[in-house]
Design a protein around this ligand. Sequence first.
Ligand SMILES: *[C@@H]1O[C@H](CO)[C@@H](O)[C@H](O)[C@H]1NC(C)=O
Ligand SMILES: *[C@@H]1O[C@H](CO)[C@@H](O)[C@H](O)[C@H]1NC(C)=O
Ligand SMILES: *[C@@H]1O[C@H](CO)[C@@H](O)[C@H](O)[C@H]1NC(C)=O
Length: 276
Amino acid sequence: MVAALFGCWFRVGGARSALVGPVIPVGRTVVQISMSRSQVVLLGLGLLLILLLYVGLPGPPEQTSWLWGDTNVTILAGLTPGNCPIFYREVLPLPQARRVEVVLLHGKAFNSHTWEQLGTLQLLSQRGYRAVAIDLPGFGNSAPSEETRTEAGRAELLQRVLRDLKVHNAVLVSPSLSGHYALPFLMRDHQQLHGFVPIAPTSTQNYTQEQYWAVKTPTLILYGELDHILARESLRQLRHLPNHSVVKLRNAGHACYLHKPQDFHLVLLAFLDHLP
Ligand SMILES: *[C@@H]1O[C@H](CO)[C@@H](O)[C@H](O)[C@H]1NC(C)=O
Ligand SMILES: *[C@@H]1O[C@H](CO)[C@@H](O)[C@H](O)[C@H]1NC(C)=O
Ligand SMILES: *[C@@H]1O[C@H](CO)[C@@H](O)[C@H](O)[C@H]1NC(C)=O
């Protein structure tokens, strides 16, 4: 149930989508097929499986509510409009809204759901921040896209997501693989970012010192003490950003936000609360 559409892959997930399957002639048409009994049984099982998949596949959830401490936080979910839709989860600020909005990307083994499971979305909402977590193309509920093959395409994709979701004062949180998206975007469109939180991102070695010096965005460089490869390599490059601070999370590995969620949340909130 996958069809190419305008250069991006569109995955049909909802129960209302058309079933593309074998057409079985009915009525007077006589079809001569010779099949052994076991082939018939296999075909029957195959059709049953298709039917189960068709009926049983859940569409994306529209909203989930969490009792978080003593508040009820609702997480909205949806797809951005247009040809290559991006799936997102969003929370609105519960108390008085803060000015900045947090955009959460994800690493290779994760997706937007990670930030819900970790409670990051709920916490940000409770602390007055609008936050949006997206599934990068090819992850979670977002279909793969041809556009992501080039650096410009990836920066453009983030740009479009921010525009479609009307995020005007973005702080971009970018762990690991998502550096692929965040770094080209930072280099090109840093004027649009109110803050940047790289967590051992990829692609940092792709830019020159001069390019880093030009980026004035306040940056919080976060990494896990036990991450010996990507964290060190990215830190060496990210240190060229003129307005940065560095926080190392103790006893945490590459996905340090998973290993030490409380420390991660404290450090993130402290950074957000002090942004101008
Ligand atoms: C939380 O809020 C949602 C939407 O307002 C509501 O449907 C849900 O029942 C509430 N849940 C609790 C536990 O209060
Ligand atoms: C690194 O830079 C080159 C040349 O600018 C580009 O073609 C390539 O896609 C970049 N790689 C990443 C991972 O961004
Ligand atoms: C550097 O970033 C901090 C927030 O982390 C901000 O308060 C400060 O104004 C920034 N400094 C400059 C020179 O932009």
